[in-house]
Design a protein around this ligand. Structure first.
Ligand SMILES: CC(C)(COP(=O)(O)OP(=O)(O)OC[C@H]1O[C@@H](n2cnc3c(N)ncnc32)[C@H](O)[C@@H]1OP(=O)(O)O)[C@@H](O)C(=O)NCCC(=O)NCCS
Length: 218
C-alpha cells in the first residue's frame, strides 16, 4: 500500500533546500547525524580554544554521537512558532562539511533570528563559512520576512567575526559571559539589517519554503 503522507508532511523543514554555488543546505536528517558527528570528531577547533558558549564540541568522543542525536532530535521535537531552531546540514560539492543554524523566539512578531554555525577544520578558511551564512541570511530576508538577523562571537574568534563583517553585520555591543568553568569571555554581539546584507556572487536558490512559512506561523 502506498501512503499519501511524506516525511515533509511530518516535519516541514525537511522540504527546504538552499543551493548557492558549490553549497547545498537542507535540514539535518537522521541519516546526516552520523556523518556530521564524524566531522566533529575529526576536529572543529584547537582543543585549548572554545568558540561555543556551551562546550558541546569537547564532549568525550564516546558520548558525542548520542549527544548530537539528542540535540537535533530535541530541536525538531521542540520546533514551534513560539520558539524554533532550524539546523541545516551544509554540503560542499556533495560532502557534509558542517552545520548552519538559526534560532528564534516568537518569530512571527519579532522577525529576528540568531545565526550560529561551524565547519570541520579541513573545510575552514576557503570561504565556505561566509557562503553558508549568506545563504541562510538570504532565506531569512527574502523568504521568511526577517527584519534583522543577529549573531555573536567571542572576541578571540577572528574567523567568525570576519565572516560576520564580510556579510554586513555591524557590532552591537559586548556581553560578559562564563565560557568554561570560572572563565570570563567577551562575546561580541552582531546585527545585520537588510540594507547592509552583502549577498554572495551566486544566486541563492530556495525551494520548499511554503510549508516552512506555515510551520513558523507566517
Ligand atoms: C567560523 C567559521 C564557521 C568560519 O568559516 P570559514 O569557512 O573558516 O570562513 P571563511 O573562509 O568564509 O572566512 C574566514 C575569514 O576569517 C579570516 N580569519 C581567519 N582566521 C583569522 C585570524 N586568525 N585573524 C584574522 N582573520 C582571520 C580569514 O582571513 C577570512 O577572511 P577573508 O576572506 O577576509 O580573508 C569556521 O572557521 C568554524 O567553523 N570555526 C570553528 C567553529 C566556530 O568558531 N563557529 C562559530 C562560533 S561563533
Amino acid at each position: 500500500m502506498s501512503g499519501q503522507v511524506t516525511i515533509e508532511d511530518v516535519w516541514a523543514p525537511f522540504a527546504l533546500v538552499l543551493r548557492c554555488g558549490p553549497l547545498e543546505l537542507r535540514a539535518v536528517t537522521d541519516a546526516d547525524i552520523a556523518e556530521i558527528t564524524d566531522v566533529v570528531l575529526a576536529g572543529i577547533h584547537d582543543p585549548d580554544r572554545m568558540p561555543f558558549v556551551f562546550p558541546w564540541s569537547t564532549a568525550p568522543a564516546a558520548d558525542l554521537p548520542r549527544n548530537m542525536g539528542v540535540y537535533y532530535w530535541a530541536k525538531r521535537a521542540e520546533f514551534s512558532p513560539a520558539a524554533w531552531t532550524l539546523d541545516l546540514t551544509v554540503r560542499h560539492q556533495g560532502r557534509i562539511v558542517g552545520v548552519q543554524g538559526v534560532s528564534t523566539l516568537n518569530y512571527a512578531v519579532t522577525r529576528t533570528g540568531e545565526t550560529g554555525s561551524w565547519l570541520g577544520r579541513d573545510f575552514q578558511g576557503r570561504g565556505i563559512g561566509t557562503l553558508m551564512r549568506q545563504a541562510i541570511c538570504a532565506l531569512l530576508f527574502d523568504h521568511l520576512d526577517a527584519a534583522e538577523i543577529t549573531s555573536g562571537a567571542f572576541t578571540d574568534n577572528p574567523a567568525s567575526l570576519a565572516v560576520s563583517r564580510k556579510v554586513g553585520y555591524v557590532e552591537n555591543g559586548t556581553n560578559r559571559v562564563q565560557r568554561r568553568p570560572c572563565e570570563l569571555a567577551l562575546s561580541r554581539r552582531l546585527l545585520l539589517t537588510p540594507e547592509n546584507f552583502v549577498r554572495p556572487a551566486d544566486p541563492v536558490e530556495v525551494t520548499g519554503v511554503a510549508p516552512l512559512r506555515a510551520a513558523v506561523g507566517l
